[in-house]
Design a protein around this ligand. Structure first.
Ligand code: PEP
Length: 251
């Protein structure tokens, strides 16, 4: 049985005191969520060590939003996978569309990051998704298929035990526009098939595939009811503990 996950991506929001308050509120309310749903919060680097302590006694797991594509050394401003592990991070989000779009994150770079993250013992949430132009040109299967192949086909079935895929149509991120549950289901099934083609049906069935893009309490239930949607990667709505927990309770 694959895991159901609701993960919050705080992006570059909250000062440390605000982040601590948010983490405390999420941890306190996490007991209200179904035991079958795992909760993850991806906080800014500066908050990780402090928040790790606060989450220890709750079911909420900690993620970072990125890591370096080198193990260590003269890479000013970067944070390595080993550093994340050393502050009790369990997960790292890689390939978020904002990093692909604003920081030139390529699939080749992502392969290096994934290798380092997995090597450090982190789980990876790999984001894929097409932009509006690609969707309107009917190229979404091609784009997402290429992202899956160019990154994940470099890994093994064993590695896939530590990898979650997040399908995030770029046109739905932070825009208030959500993919319909049919649109999301269609591409989630396509991703699962692409995984089955490379790793076999059993691995594909066991891989958690999250939906992300303006997911909120009002639409989570319908999205999560789809056969191949195993939870959500939540941006804006993860900044309010109440909304984030409400989304997790949609299961
Ligand atoms: C995200 O950035 O991963 C995301 C899904 O954002 P939002 O929920 O705000 O669209």
């Amino acid at each position: 049985m694959r895991k159901k996950i609701v993960a919050g991506n705080w992006k570059m929001n909250t000062t440390l005191p605000e982040g601590i308050e948010l983490a405390k509120a999420v941890a306190a309310k996490s007991a209200e969520t179904p035991s079958s749903v795992d909760l993850i919060v991806a906080a800014p680097f500066t908050h990780l060590a402090s928040i790790a302590d606060l989450l220890k006694t709750s079911k909420v797991e900690l993620a970072a939003q990125n890591c370096a594509d080198h193990a260590s050394g003269a890479y000013t401003g970067e944070v390595s996978a080993d550093m994340l592990k050393s502050v009790s991070c369990k997960w790292v989000i890689l390939g978020h569309s904002e990093r692909r779009q604003y920081y030139g994150e390529t699939d080749a770079k992502l392969v290096e990051k994934l290798k380092l993250a997995l090597g450090a013992g982190l789980g990876v949430i790999l984001c894929v998704g097409e932009n509006l132009e690609e969707r309107e040109a009917g190229k979404h299967f091609e784009v997402v298929g290429a992202q899956i192949k160019d990154v994940l086909y470099n890994f093994t079935a064993e590695d896939m035990k530590h990898i979650v895929v997040a399908y995030e149509p770029v046109w739905a991120i932070g825009t208030g526009k959500t993919a319909t549950s049919d649109q999301a289901q269609e591409i989630h099934a396509f991703i699962r098939k692409a995984l089955a083609d490379k790793f076999g049906a059993a691995v594909a069935e066991d891989t958690t595939i999250l939906y992300g893009g303006s997911c909120k309490p009002s639409n989570a239930k319908e999205l999560f009811a789809q056969k191949d949607i195993d939870g959500g990667l939540i941006g804006g709505a993860a900044l309010k503990a109440e909304d984030f927990i409400q989304i997790a309770k949609s299961y």
